[in-house]
Design a protein. Structure first.
Length: 301
């Protein structure tokens, strides 16, 4: 795959991770096993995933002028991601995500903080950046009107857009029609389609743009029917960054000219490797690790 230029517009968080053998019920206190603070945020996660896979990545976002913000900017820089379009703000804190890991799954509460300072006016400052990118990668942890502005500018300059509709919310039909690819998980896809008054034709049009992450079942895409690309069996440690890893991989693969099927196969391998380590970003593989993994898988057949 060729080197590609990807602009990620989205959230930058510090993940506050608690690991416990059992998740507490409402009103209950349980003892945890361990605690970690780990760089996260769907936007930053996807930027790291794409950068480790060989893309030239520029991040557009906001952090607070606090300790978390400085640490997160340092982390992005160390990953080779351009942070020229990330500015600290003084009137609100850096976004955080409180994550509980238990029984092989996760529960997450996000406090947006500075991420909600990524306003439409901020997006407009980076029109030239959008215009010169191979792919724009977006999520929904920044204001929806800012996502709409980014898509409008990408369309104006004939740039491709992937929208990862997470955390899920009701989206305007016009936005769904203007993006090139949607990457919901199965739950998000059901809510996405049920929240809109859609004709049968509109449902099919939206589904034709969808690449659906299905966890252990793999990834599916639509070309008049659902095609499932099966996942790889691995020892799961932490599923937190799997979807973000897959999104970064899809952005790199499709910007490089791979078919949707081949992009899904590549993203499956990236997602599989990502869940074998603790932390959303720390488990994200390099291009070489993915190629080695796929080489050995082919050799096992």
């Amino acid at each position: 795959m060729k080197e590609v230029k990807i602009t990620v517009i989205g959230s930058i968080n510090m993940d506050l991770v608690t690991k416990t053998s059992v998740s507490p019920n409402q009103g209950e206190t349980v003892m945890g096993e361990s605690f970690f603070s780990i760089p996260g945020g769907k936007g930053a996660n996807q930027a790291v995933a794409a950068a480790r896979l060989g893309a030239r990545v520029k991040m557009v976002g906001r952090v607070g002028s606090d300790a978390f913000g400085h640490e997160l900017l340092d982390n992005l820089s160390k990953e080779g991601i351009s942070i020229d379009s990330v500015e600290p703000v003084t009137h609100t804190s850096t976004g955080i995500a409180s994550i509980t890991l238990s029984e092989g799954d996760n529960r997450i509460i996000v406090v947006p903080g500075a991420n909600f300072e990524v306003t439409p006016e901020v997006i407009q400052q980076y029109e030239d950046l959008i215009a010169t990118s191979d792919m724009i990668l977006l999520q929904l942890e920044i204001p929806l009107e800012s996502v709409e502005e980014a898509v409008k500018l990408a369309k104006k300059h004939n740039r491709k857009v992937i929208l990862n509709p997470a955390p899920i919310q009701k989206l305007p039909k016009a936005l769904l029609k203007d993006v090139d690819y949607l990457t919901p998980n199965e739950h998000e896809l059901r809510l996405l389609l049920s929240d809109l008054d859609l004709s049968e034709g509109e449902v099919e049009e939206i589904k034709s743009k969808c690449i659906v992450t299905k966890g252990a079942s793999g990834i599916s895409y639509y070309d008049g029917r659902e095609n499932v690309v099966p996942s790889h069996k691995v020892d799961v440690v932490d599923t937190t960054g799997a979807g973000d890893s897959a999104n970064g991989a899809l952005a790199v693969a499709m910007s490089s000219g791979l078919s949707v099927k081949a992009a899904c196969e590549f993203a499956n391998a990236v997602g599989a490797l990502s869940v074998t380590k603790l932390g959303a970003q720390s488990g994200m593989p390099t291009r070489q690790e993915v190629e080695d993994f796929l080489f050995h898988k082919r050799g096992d057949k």
